[in-house]
Write a protein that binds this ligand. Structure first.
Ligand code: HOZ
Length: 438
C-alpha cells in the first residue's frame, strides 16, 4: 500500500474519488507522488511557508507550487490585489492598462526583452517562442538539452526533464516521429556536444538550426547550474551562426536575480520564456525579446499566436503585485542567505548521516542528489539513488517537511521561510537521511 495517510483519512477518501474522474487522480503527473511510492498530499490551504492537508497535518513547504511562490503562499500584497481585481471583472478578452504595467516591469528587469507577449503557461510560451524563432530565421531545426524541460509541447518533449525524468521515460506517446525529427538534443554543460550538432546541421555555410533553447539553470533534473563559460559559449556559438538563443527562465526569471539568470550570469538571450512567477503563482506565461523578432507576431507579422485568457486581469494583477514586492531592496540577498543556510545545513546533515550526496544550489533553488555527485548534466543526475530518495522523502513528509516528490525536481526557498523553518528542516533531514541511507 502506498505510504500516506491512514486508510480512512479524509485525504485518502478525496484521492479515491479524484481517481474515479481524473486520470491518476491528478491534473499533472508528478504530483501523484508515485515515484516515492506515496499518495499525494491533498491540500486544504497554505500560507507563508506552510501548507495544510485535508487531515489537518502541517508541512513546511519546499514545493512552493513548483517555484513561483517566491513571496510564500498567499502573500497579503497579492491577495489584496486579487480582491480588488476580481471586483472589476474576471476576464475581458480585451486589452487593459495593467498589461502595459506588467509588460514594463518585465522589460525593465530584462534588458534583452524589448517586447513581450503574455500567454497562459510556460508550455504555451515555449511552444510559441519556437514557432516565432522558426519563422524569424526561416529554419526548422531546434536544439535543446537532455534533462531540460520546456513544457509539454510535442517538439520539446524529447529527452525532457521534470515528469519525463521522474518516470524514467524517453518522451511521450502520441508525438509523431516527424514532429520531433527537427529536435536535436545536446548534453547540458557540454559545449563540444553543441559544436558537433552545429557542424552536422549546416547546408554549405548556413546553419539549419533556428534556435537553441536552454534552461540557464536546469531546474527540472534536480538543480544543475551552468558551468563557467557554458552560457557565454552558447551566446558566442549562436551569434556566429545567426541561431537564436532562447533562455527558458520559467523557473529562474525573477528568482535567481531580479533580471533572472541573464543578470546573474551576465549573458543576454535573444528570446526569453517566462512563466508562473510573473503571475504571482496564477496561470501565466510570457515570451519576449528583441523588437525586430517580436514584431513577427500577429497582428504585426505573420506568426499566429492568440488566446482569450492571455493577459487575464486576475493573473496580471497578481503578477504586478508580486513583482513590485520582489523589486524591494534586500529581496535577493535574503533569498541567497536562506538558500545558503539550507545548503550548508543539508551538506552537514548528509555528512553526519553518512550519506554521500551532491547538494547543488543556485540562489534559492536547490537539490540534494543522493548517493551521487558531482552532478553537471542529466547523465550524472540519473546516477542518483532514487529508492533512497523515496525513503528520505517519505520520512521528511511524515515529519512535516514537504519536498517535491521526485529526485529530479528542485526545492524552492521563499521569503516566507524563516531561520527556524530551515533549522527544523535540517534537523529532520539528518534523521531522515540516517534511516534512508541504511
Ligand atoms: N512540471 C512541473 C515541475 N517542474 C510539475 C508541475 C505540477 O505538477 O504542478
Amino acid at each position: 500500500m502506498p505510504v500516506g495517510r491512514r486508510a480512512d483519512s479524509e485525504s485518502r477518501k478525496i484521492w479515491r474519488q479524484c481517481r474515479e474522474v481524473i486520470p491518476g487522480g491528478v491534473n499533472s503527473p508528478v504530483r501523484a507522488f508515485r515515484s516515492v511510492g506515496a499518495m499525494p498530499v491533498m491540500v486544504k490551504r497554505a500560507k507563508g511557508s506552510k501548507l495544510w492537508d485535508c487531515d489537518g497535518n502541517t508541512y513546511i513547504d519546499y514545493i512552493m507550487s513548483w517555484g513561483p511562490l517566491i513571496l510564500g503562499h498567499a502573500p497579503d500584497v497579492v491577495v489584496k490585489a486579487l480582491e480588488r481585481a476580481v471586483r472589476r471583472g474576471t476576464s475581458y478578452g480585451l486589452p487593459t492598462a495593467a498589461e502595459n504595467e506588467l509588460a514594463r516591469l518585465i522589460t525593465g528587469a530584462f534588458p534583452s526583452i524589448e517586447k513581450v507577449r503574455l500567454v497562459n503557461s510556460g508550455t504555451e510560451a515555449a511552444m510559441s517562442v519556437i514557432r516565432l524563432a522558426r519563422a524569424f530565421t526561416g529554419r526548422d531545426k531546434i536544439l535543446k538539452f537532455d534533462g531540460c524541460y520546456h513544457g509539454h509541447a510535442d517538439s520539446l518533449l524529447v529527452a525532457a526533464g521534470s515528469g519525463v525524468a521522474t518516470f524514467g521515460i524517453p518522451g511521450s506517446a502520441g508525438v509523431p516521429k516527424e514532429t520531433v525529427a527537427h529536435t536535436l538534443t545536446a548534453r547540458y554543460n557540454d559545449l563540444d556536444s553543441v559544436r558537433a550538432l552545429l557542424r552536422a546541421n549546416r547546408k554549405g555555410r548556413k546553419s539549419k538550426i533556428a534556435c537553441i533553447i536552454v534552461e540557464p539553470v536546469a531546474g527540472n533534473m534536480g538543480v544543475v547550474g551552468p558551468v563557467e563559460g557554458f552560457l557565454s559559449g552558447l551566446r558566442e556559438l549562436t551569434a556566429k551562426e545567426k541561431i537564436l538563443l532562447i533562455f527558458d527562465e520559467v523557473i529562474t526569471g525573477f528568482r535567481v536575480a531580479w533580471g533572472g539568470a541573464q543578470e546573474r550570469y551576465g549573458v543576454e538571450a535573444d528570446l526569453t520564456v517566462l512563466g508562473k512567477i510573473i503571475g504571482g503563482g496564477l496561470p501565466v506565461g510570457a515570451f519576449g525579446g528583441r523588437r525586430e523578432i517580436m514584431d513577427h507576431l500577429a497582428p504585426e507579422g505573420p506568426v499566429y499566436q492568440a488566446g482569450t485568457l492571455s493577459g487575464n486581469p486576475l493573473a496580471v494583477a497578481a503578477g504586478i503585485a508580486a513583482l513590485k514586492a520582489l523589486r524591494r531592496r534586500g529581496t535577493y540577498a535574503k533569498l541567497e542567505k536562506l538558500g545558503a543556510s539550507l545548503e550548508e545545513g543539508l551538506k552537514a546533515a548528509t555528512a553526519n548521516a553518512g550519506v554521500k550526496a551532491s547538494v547543488n544550489r543556485v540562489g534559492s533553488m536547490l537539490c540534494a542528489f543522493l548517493d551521487n555527485g558531482p552532478v553537471r548534466n542529466y547523465d550524472d543526475a540519473k546516477k542518483s539513488d532514487t529508492a533512497m530518495f523515496a525513503r528520505y522523502h517519505n520520512a521528511m513528509r511524515r515529519n512535516g517537511v514537504l519536498l517535491a516528490p521526485s529526485q529530479f525536481e528542485a526545492a524552492f526557498v521563499s521569503l516566507a521561510h524563516s531561520d527556524s523553518d530551515i533549522a527544523k528542516t535540517v534537523d529532520l533531514a539528518q534523521k531522515a537521511l540516517k534511516r534512508a541511507g541504511r
